[in-house]
Design a protein around this ligand. Sequence first.
Ligand code: NAD
Length: 304
Amino acid sequence: MSDIAFLGLGHMGGPMAANLVAAGHRVLGFDPVSAARDAARANGIEVAANPNAAVAGAEIVITMLPTGAHVIAAYQGDEHTPGLLASASPGTLFLDCSTIAVDEARRAHDLALTAGHRAADAPVSGGVIGAQRGTLAFMVGGSDEDFAAALPVLQIMGERIVHCGGSGLGQAAKVCNNMILGITQIAVAEAFVLGERLGLGHQALFDVASNASGQCWALTTNCPVPGPVTTSPANDDYRPGFAGALMSKDLGLAEAAIALTGVDAQLGIHARDMFRAYAEGDGAHRDFSGIIEMIRAQSSSIDG
Ligand code: NAD
């Protein structure tokens, strides 16, 4: 059993850390939000007085923070406070599970190695339910040795763990997957609105497309209209699920990766624009499949 420091005990990090405790690890955590600290204590996580106290003596440091800027600031510290890298014992394994840009992940990795540590990026998919159930998917970027060292801990928090290659490639896999997801959710929503305008019933379109070449997760699991898939958020007034704000954030990371590489990813950029507009309204806190309502509202009138 290892001593693990866990920074960021929010919607995802809280239950992930709780699963590590349940598996017998000693977890010393920190979060600036007192409600997150209280919930963590209730789940057996020891709460440190500050982030540096959490990492001193840890064998593994896991971060689950909002953005890449948070991760790099936490690693580096500032002129008043030493960062996590300076406070940890040499050779500590730093696992960043936050969703951040590929270049930020590589920067965080380089900072960790330069400080004498080991590091891997290990973003997740599976949402809060996956974090609670320990069924997350992890996409890992790092050396073979560091992946092997991280694997036993990741297997507690997740059930599908893929080593995607070297530094940053876990984030690369995440950003590519979520770009597919954003684009296909829009495509499915547009098809349902087009079908409505043509007089085609939702169930009929679903029965055809789900058994034909239109089949995809955005249709068969996250169907954007109520009815055909009773568990999809559309049946619950688009309660997330995966919130529009998070899809907008992830497509912003896709945009950064597209800019970095010069790829002609026009649909990715267009999906980013659409989800940004959706998240600027009440879509921020609704499931991303609710973008169908924006498409319906923006479709021109055929009455006159
Ligand atoms: P969250 O806002 O609930 O949790 C982040 C926590 O980090 C907050 O409690 C915040 O107080 C804390 N924090 C900020 N700075 C800190 C610091 N320096 N030290 C310690 N704690 C600090 O966000 P979340 O939903 O848990 O998401 C975390 C990450 O996981 C994000 O990068 C997100 O994109 C990604 N993610 C989220 C989901 C999801 O469904 N929520 C799914 C996949 C990936």
